[in-house]
Design a protein around this ligand. Structure first.
Ligand code: PLP
Length: 379
């Protein structure tokens, strides 16, 4: 139940990947023999599948190794390439560390960054973005959906205004693509980061969309053999890319049905817990939320003690990506959740392989342990 951290590889994805390890193992960047051509055509096919899920064209998709790399490339690459036009970047305090730390690294190099504070339900109001704009703003970077509180941002309204003002827009769409409808046209995005392992594809492969447009300048961060139109050099992870393509195809085809199923599971889990426990606070909104996401804080409980009690289920207390971080979640703190409640937050990320039986089991477990711990609570 921790599918925001990562997902199990779909067996259909694994099946299309396997021949690219020992059989079709050519280097897709060289096209002089049939091994290479076979690999190249597989990468090409996958590029089309990845492009399709966000409504892009093939030549706008650049394969990378991780979403973190895509995000670094988008933010730093766009900032370096546009530094003659301005040095101001806008983001939010609730972004993933890949975004926040890329921005902090740019600040050390003279860029100025505005970190917007989200509302108490996690939303970023589009007006707040617009009022932060100055005549030196070159880039806005925001996420499509938050990995902790599940909030889905109004990227369409934000993107429309930014495109009018000719300000570049990067969307970290890692948690949203494949789960909720999203496309690069209606969001007016210039750069979009996405990742295979959050959507039942393999780890170690991700992509960056870069709009084909004279304004979307990009300075590469990796020099080498000139793969990916010179933007991201390095031999392709062919099997991974093929798996990523298949993961996109499946997600696109099954999204309507799958998101409804996850929503039903999520609501069932939430209802069961709040019908039996008081002092449960939902972190994030009820509406406009990723279908599989539920993030709750429990009053009068030590969060780490609760998590340690729930050993039979895999859930998270915050962002798995801030590895080893013992502080309360920066996302929950940013939206004003008091420290004791932020520390007592549990994040469920329901996914493709979770069942109603598992949800019933998890609900009972949480209810039992919260009641038990409250009996001994020092609060
Ligand atoms: N952006 C978001 C919203 C995420 O949830 C994550 C990972 O959890 C990332 C970026 C970074 O992805 P990765 O660690 O796979 O590079």
């Amino acid at each position: 139940m921790d599918n925001h951290a990562t997902t199990r590889v779909d067996e259909r994805v694994l099946a299309v990947m396997l021949p690219y390890f020992c059989e079709h193992y050519g280097n897709s960047s060289l096209t002089m023999h049939r091994y290479a051509r076979r690999a190249e055509s597989a990468v090409d096919g996958a590029r089309l599948q990845v492009a399709k899920i966000i409504g892009a064209t093939k030549d706008e998709i650049f394969f990378t190794g991780t979403a973190t790399e895509s995000i670094n490339l988008a933010i730093k690459g766009a900032a370096f390439a546009n530094k003659n036009h301005g040095e101001h970047i806008i983001t939010s305090m609730a972004e993933h560390k890949a975004v926040l730390n890329s921005c902090q690294s740019l600040e050390k190099q003279g860029f100025k960054v505005t970190y917007l504070k989200p509302e108490s339900d996690g939303r970023i109001l589009p007006e707040k973005v617009f009022t932060a704009i100055t005549d030196r703003t070159i880039l806005v970077t925001l996420m499509l959906a938050n990995n902790e509180n599940g909030v889905i941002h109004d990227v369409k309204t934000i993107g429309k205004e930014l495109s009018k003002r000719k300000i570049l827009f990067h969307i970290d769409a890692v948690q949203g693509v494949g789960k909720i409808p999203f496309d690069v046209t209606s969001s007016h995005s210039d750069y979009v980061s996405l990742s295979a392992h959050k959507m039942y594809g393999p780890k170690g492969v991700a992509a960056l969309f870069i709009r084909k447009n004279p304004n979307t300048l990009m300075e590469p961060l990796t020099d080498g053999g000139g793969q990916e139109q010179g933007i991201r050099s390095g031999t392709h992870n062919v099997s991974g890319i093929v798996g990523f393509g298949e993961a996109c195809r499946i997600a696109q085809e099954e999204m309507p049905e799958e998101s409804q199923r996850l929503l039903n599971l999520r609501e069932s889990l939430h209802q069961k817990i709040i019908s039996q426990l008081d002092g449960v606070f939902l972190n994030g909104p009820l509406e406009n939320r990723l279908p599989g996401n539920l993030n709750m804080s429990f009053a009068e409980i030590e969060g780490d003690v609760l998590l340690a009690s729930l050993i039979e289920i895999a859930v998270s207390s915050g962002s798995a990506c801030s590895a080893g971080n013992q502080n309360s979640s920066h996302v929950l703190r940013a939206q004003g959740v008091p420290d004791d409640l932020a520390k007592a937050a549990i994040r469920f990320g329901l996914g493709r392989y979770n069942t109603q039986e598992e949800v019933d089991f998890a609900a009972q477990l949480v209810i039992r342990h919260v009641k038990r711990l409250r009996q001994f609570s020092a609060f």
